[in-house]
Design a protein around this ligand. Structure first.
Ligand code: PRP
Length: 206
């Protein structure tokens, strides 16, 4: 039995569609309910629905053998897991954004609101810019609107959130997409099962 940590939220539907495409039964999961564990005994697979930023925790602990997670989470937390496959979905960018018309004052540290302090620090270190991090967990766009930060470092997918809040991308930091990851120990013990799934997914991932 392969234990799989799946992210709830915006990657969930796309991941389930991919699993269905390679022949797994996802009927139970797609039903409207609050269940968190689903077993497909015929397919030899058990799914856990977890918060996206927790997928790596389950995989690092070996509770899940594999998982699906955004590259943003891998860059931010550098978990001790194998990255097996780019699933080429959930494509977006991590970018610096600011209110339209914003002019940077280079004489003082830049106040950066973000849920990715690691990515932000690394980026600004690479361009030699002093910053102050304001760590938030969501609705990052509010920070510059309320004057709490100068810019944000955040995910931009369609750009709608920025547009509707009178903001624009200032600089792009990196492209990201969903990745299939594996627990290092599981990869030794369940290599065949994992590689079979990877081979099937590779066929449908374009
Ligand atoms: C993310 C991100 C942006 C938004 C970007 O937030 O932090 O706010 O999506 O998407 P868009 O470019 O398609 O508008 P999320 O929806 O994950 O919620 P959060 O504010 O709670 O982080």
């Amino acid at each position: 039995m392969l234990n799989v940590a799946l992210p709830k939220g915006r990657l969930a539907d796309k991941t389930l569609k991919l699993l269905a495409e390679v022949g797994y039964n996802i009927d139970e999961i797609t039903k409207e309910n609050r269940k968190l564990v689903f077993e497909d005994s015929a397919g030899g697979i058990c799914y856990f629905l977890v918060k996206p930023s927790d997928v790596t925790v389950y995989v690092e602990n070996g509770v899940a053998d594999i998982g699906v997670v955004g590259k943003d989470i891998l860059l931010e937390y550098a978990p001790d897991v194998y990255e097996l496959l780019d699933l080429k979905m959930g494509k977006c960018r991590v970018a610096v954004a600011a209110k339209n018309g914003y002019r940077e004052d280079v004489e003082r540290p830049l106040r950066v609101a973000t849920k990715f302090p690691g990515i932000a620090r690394k980026y600004y270190a690479s361009v030699n810019r002093d910053i102050e991090i304001i760590k938030l967990n969501g609705s990052i766009e509010l920070a510059p609107i309320l004057g709490m930060s100068d810019v944000i470092v955040d995910i931009v997918e369609t750009g709608t959130t920025l547009k509707e809040n009178d903001m624009s991308v200032f600089t792009e930091i990196t492209d990201i997409s969903a990745r299939l990851i594996a627990c290092k120990a599981s990869y030794q013990f369940k290599r065949e099962e994992i590689e079979t799934l990877v081979a099937k997914l590779r066929e449908v991932v374009k």
